[in-house]
Design a protein. Structure first.
Length: 343
């Protein structure tokens, strides 16, 4: 849940007119997702505006969004997954425009709602089919797309060194440190032992899978309830493709947790072949993901944020979502492993 940027809305509307030729008269901030975003409306319709700050994280995401564009175009054009977002290019054919150090990325509005946790569970029978169609379309996609937003899976823990260093910084934080960093230190202090245990599990699974040569397919990697929508006609849309990459199919399937065994036949029908899942690979993604999320919010508070409301937004995500997931990950993976073993 990001904080609203300090950009003046009238300047944003003017910039969207100049760069995209869009006649818009209102902006409404959307306090959800990982990046600040607005709903824009006017004579030319409704649009979704993603705003990325000129920070290391913002620049990183912008680069991924630029590589996301051709992927979305191919998914729609080839009918692999027609219900994906559509970027509105600038009048010069660019994928974004800049205003006061912020990048503005414009998407056509999707008339629907994110599923959330409950809706996502109810829709998992449909979602697993879409994931199967995506994976089955890998060869066609890669014939048209040179680079996906993320490089192919390398089974690394790219956040590990920075996270370990940041936790050390927090332990030695001086009394005069910024309030947000003090709040982060106090929030994480009771969970440091759990963080170390989960990190050790991730390292063990990493050693088990890094020398394997699994089939790599195009994975969305983040198809949770916030990134899956149902539109007004009842169809599912998968949004936010900025972390798509070539990876083992387990990178998408782990999110189905204990429901995966019962959903596997539908997935196999969608991909057109039987599938043998790798339990160690699933474990790697279970543990890496929660640490990755933790590392990102810690990094933003310590290195990127410049306003108290930004710190507050990251702290809420940590407290409400990431830390509970950190303590639940062992149970969730053991439950899935037991169900897969009895399949």
């Amino acid at each position: 849940m990001p904080a609203e940027p300090t950009l003046h809305q009238n300047l944003m509307l003017q910039k969207l007119k100049e760069a995209h030729g869009l006649s818009l008269n209102s902006l409404q901030f959307i306090p959800a997702g990982t990046a600040p975003a607005y709903r824009a409306e006017g004579e030319d319709g409704r649009f979704f505006i993603k705003v990325l700050p000129d920070t290391p994280y913002g620049q990183e995401v912008l680069g991924r969004l630029q590589r996301e564009l051709p992927l979305l175009q191919v998914l729609r054009a080839q009918g692999i997954l027609p219900e994906v977002p559509e970027v509105v290019l600038t009048l010069q054919g660019e994928g974004f425009t800049c205003l006061e150090g912020h990048a503005l990325v414009v998407y056509r509005w999707i008339d629907g709602e994110s599923l959330g946790d409950a809706g996502w569970l109810a829709a998992r029978n449909e979602l697993v089919v879409l994931l199967g169609r995506l994976h089955a379309g890998t060869s066609r996609i890669m014939q048209e797309v040179r680079d996906l937003p993320f490089p192919p899976e390398d089974f690394e823990l790219p956040f590990e060194d920075q996270l370990v260093q940041d936790l050390q910084v927090l332990e030695q934080l001086p009394d005069g440190a910024r309030r947000g960093t003090q709040a982060l230190r106090d929030l994480l202090a009771p969970h440091l032992a759990a963080i170390q245990r989960v990190l050790q599990h991730a390292r063990v699974f990493q050693q088990q899978v890094r020398n394997r040569s699994p089939e790599l397919v195009v994975c969305h990697t983040d198809a949770h309830g916030g990134n899956v929508m149902r539109n007004s006609s009842g169809r599912l849309w998968i949004i936010d493709w900025e972390t798509a990459r070539l990876a083992p199919r387990e990178h998408d399937l782990w999110m189905l947790h204990a429901h995966l065994p019962e959903l596997l036949p539908r997935y196999e029908q969608a991909v057109g072949q039987p599938v043998q899942l790798d339990s160690d690979m699933l474990g790697f993604y279970f543990y890496r993901r929660v640490l990755e999320d933790l590392a990102m919010d810690v990094r933003m508070i310590l290195h990127d944020n410049t306003r108290p409301e930004e710190d507050e937004a990251n702290l809420r995500v940590l407290e409400q979502y990431i830390l509970p997931a950190l303590h639940q990950v062992n149970t969730d993976f053991e439950h899935l492993s037991t169900r897969l073993a009895s399949r």
